[in-house]
Write a protein that binds this ligand. Structure first.
Ligand SMILES: Cc1ncc(COP(=O)(O)O)c(C=O)c1O
Length: 396
């Protein structure tokens, strides 16, 4: 049980919370004191000794181990990458499309996780999109009807970056089971959820999980991860590679390609060294407070926000069901860019996508942030009011 003091202490670790209502964690998490110190440590280390390759490789392994812990996985199943895209590109390059050209892509995807699969069309891929229904849900039945022996990959995003709708654990489990029955690989992009709730890749039954450190994991840009189930990783031969993807990074053999037996085969060149410092510090903040504590806090805040929006008569585009919602809520607007700017003038930081204002919550937020956000929305003329017509317009 976490006390209010733990959460207050966590908030205090992010000094910007004193002057900002920061609701943009779905874009970039706030900078914590220890993460800032980690970046400074990198600079100090550079000043002191210039280069520390063995130390940096050990640091990469420490990041790998923490990501594995977060996902309920094993360290050697984790590739530490420079971005989610880098991991997905390496994965895609290793998928044989000759007998299985079909790739199912959910419409929850962030552009990168759809574009990379479309890029495989040059290699013969046939990409099929799985649309969401009006209530933001993508029914399992749609996947069941589409997955067959020609399907190589089923690409899912845990939480949709546009409206904050989430695929429930039951849905992911069911889709992954259908994919497995047909010999297809399930890829879960958890970038918009990791750090804010427990993700157990084995219990979900997915084969690959991709994400990055800069949002809810509280690190910085330039670091990502790709988890690949051990038994799958060994069967895939990515055609993107590099010396940090070799079985022995220090072998320096220019006459052969000898990929690591582990998920490191999905890496490439020099690791993102400065971002490894911040990634480790961010992961330590998450693991230190505890994902379950964060999950409860974030769920409570998003629920409180939806209740306050309802009281204020403001429509929202995020599913009301706690199990179908990630850390972000979305509020439809008649002019979302103007509304983001208007909120920014009041030191309330949000972002916009697809006709919505997006507000992402972390454990450093509190109820006062929700109140200031909803009061500012209520004062603006740029939100849809919660009439029956507005609710059906936003599918909620
Ligand atoms: C769900 C999701 N996937 C992937 C990405 C892109 O990741 P990267 O820029 O690290 O490739 C983002 C970035 O916002 C995202 O929200």
């Amino acid at each position: 049980m976490t006390s209010a003091i733990d959460l207050a202490g966590f908030r205090a670790h992010f000094p910007s919370t004193a002057s900002l209502v920061y609701l943009n964690s779905g874009s970039y998490g706030l900078l914590g004191l220890s993460v800032r110190a980690a970046m400074e440590r990198y600079l100090d280390d550079r000043m002191r000794q210039g280069a520390d390759w063995y130390g940096w490789c050990a640091l990469e392994d420490e990041v790998r181990e923490r990501v594995a812990r977060l996902l309920g996985a094993q360290s050697h199943e984790v590739a530490v990458t420079g971005s989610a895209s880098a991991g997905l590109n390496a994965l895609a390059s290793g998928i044989d499309l000759a007998k299985r050209p079909r790739i199912l892509v959910s419409n929850y995807e962030f552009p990168t996780s759809a574009q990379i699969w479309h890029a495989q069309e040059k290699r013969g891929a046939e990409v099929i999109h799985m649309a969401e229904a009006d209530d933001r849900i993508i029914p399992v039945e749609h996947f069941r009807a589409a997955i067959d022996e020609r399907t190589a990959v089923v690409a899912l995003s845990h939480v949709c970056y546009r409206h904050g709708g989430k695929l429930s654990a039951d849905t992911i489990r069911a889709v992954a089971a259908i994919a497995r029955e047909h010999g297809a690989v399930t890829v879960l992009d958890c970038f918009q959820s990791v750090g804010t709730e427990r993700i157990d890749v084995n219990s979900l039954g997915v084969d690959v999980c991709v994400g990055g450190m800069l949002k809810y994991l509280l690190g910085s840009a330039g670091s990502g991860f790709l988890w690949v189930r051990e038994t799958l990783a060994r069967t895939l031969q990515p055609t993107t590679s590099g010396w940090f993807a070799q079985a022995d990074t220090h072998a320096m053999d220019i006459f052969a390609h000898d990929p690591s037996r582990d998920a490191r085969r999905f890496q490439g060149g020099t690791p993102p060294v400065p971002s490894l410092y911040t990634a480790k510090a961010g992961l330590d903040l998450i693991l230190g407070l505890g994902v379950d504590v964060i999950e409860r806090r974030v769920r409570g805040l998003t629920r409180f926000a939806l209740e306050r929006l309802t009281e204020a008569g403001i429509a929202f585009a995020t599913p009301d069901d706690d199990n179908l919602r990630g850390p972000m809520i979305a509020v439809p607007s008649t002019d979302e860019e103007r509304l983001v700017a208007l909120l920014m003038d009041q030191r309330i930081v949000t972002s916009s996508r697809d006709g919505n204002i997006r507000a992402g919550f972390h454990a450093y937020n509190d109820e006062s942030d929700v109140v200031r956000f909803v009061e500012a929305l209520a004062r603006s003329e740029l939100c849809l009011r919660n009439s029956a017509a507005a609710r059906s317009e936003v599918g909620n």
